[in-house]
Write a protein that binds this ligand. Structure first.
Ligand SMILES: NC(=O)c1ccc[n+]([C@@H]2O[C@H](COP(=O)([O-])OP(=O)(O)OC[C@H]3O[C@@H](n4cnc5c(N)ncnc54)[C@H](O)[C@@H]3O)[C@@H](O)[C@H]2O)c1
Length: 262
């Protein structure tokens, strides 16, 4: 299927690994020029080189910190100089923090909201004026099912991502007239380093036997009886930024093996 993104410049913020990397690979395969920006600059550069090797696409790896508006502006200036302005922006940068709310601190909340809510706001604020001028843009922000139904031990992560959902719906109403779509993908549990790191710490806290019982219980909550893979999201993100999805905006699409059916 031709996605119609050949030659388009696709920026993935948080793209050094996980879902962002998989989305970059998918879009490069479809002919886009791919920029991976990440706090982890070595990872971003190495992953961009890997995508170029595998697909022959033009790629770029950049250091960037979503919590800083100036860093987002530098990122856009650099990639615009090298490849042209971003037509497609995917925001995957995030952290998780596994803690009961009563045990968390205002510093925990601030760090989370800084990355997971101010991050997307900083990015949108920097890329939207150019997209409005060019009358074209495709944006996807990652949400989470825990923002849609709540999740114990992830309260302030879920709260920040709930803010992202409200943000994309509101901004979609402002920028649709300029040919810009903005949607969110809401993953269920997905096997990326982010989840693996969280699971490793749970395994350590619970012990192997209890952890395995919990894992089986988790699987039973997924009608399709498996945890997601980064590629499950990459194909949906590539679809949402493609010509095929040009009449979809302000939507939150759960990609989650049926975990929630909102
Ligand atoms: N993996 C899951 O189970 C899952 C479930 C629900 C939602 N999500 C969401 O999907 C998205 C991608 O998740 P993932 O599992 O691929 O995560 P990941 O941890 O594998 O990748 C996130 C990337 O963001 C980068 N990053 C973190 N802070 C940053 C900052 N301040 N500036 C720039 N980059 C920064 C990290 O270096 C990392 O490369 C996230 O938004 C996450 O909240 C993931």
């Amino acid at each position: 299927m031709d996605l119609g993104i050949k030659g388009k410049v696709a920026l993935i913020v948080g793209g050094a690994r996980g879902i962002g990397y998989a989305a970059g690979l998918e879009m490069a395969t479809a002919g886009a020029k791919v920029v991976l920006a990440d706090l982890n600059s070595e990872g971003a550069i190495a992953s961009a080189a890997k995508i170029a090797d595998e697909t022959g696409a033009e790629t770029l790896g950049l250091q960037a910190n979503v919590t800083q508006l100036s860093s987002m502006q530098d990122m856009v200036d650099t990639l615009t100089d090298k490849l042209g302005p971003p037509d497609i922006v995917v925001v995957t940068a995030a952290i998780v923090d596994d803690k009961l709310f009563v045990e968390s601190s205002p510093e925990d909340w601030r760090r989370m909201i800084d990355i997971c809510l101010y991050g997307p706001m900083n990015i949108l604020h920097v890329v939207l004026p150019g997209m409005i001028e060019r009358q074209y843009g495709r944006i996807v922000c990652m949400a989470t099912d825990s923002a849609r139904i709540g999740q114990a031990r992830l309260s302030y992560y879920a709260a920040a991502k709930g803010g992202v959902i409200a943000l994309i719906k509101s901004v979609a109403q402002e920028v649709g007239q300029h040919g810009i779509t903005i949607n969110a993908v809401s993953p269920g549990a997905t096997n990326t380093e982010l989840r693996i790191e969280r699971e490793d710490s749970l395994r350590e806290q619970m012990g192997e036997e209890k952890y395995q019982r919990r894992e089986q219980k988790v699987l039973r909550m997924y009608p399709l009886r498996r945890i997601g893979e980064p590629e499950d999201h990459a194909s949906i993100i590539a679809f949402l930024v493609s010509d095929r999805a040009s009449w979809i905006t302000g939507q939150v699409l759960s990609v989650n093996g049926g975990f929630t059916m909102p």
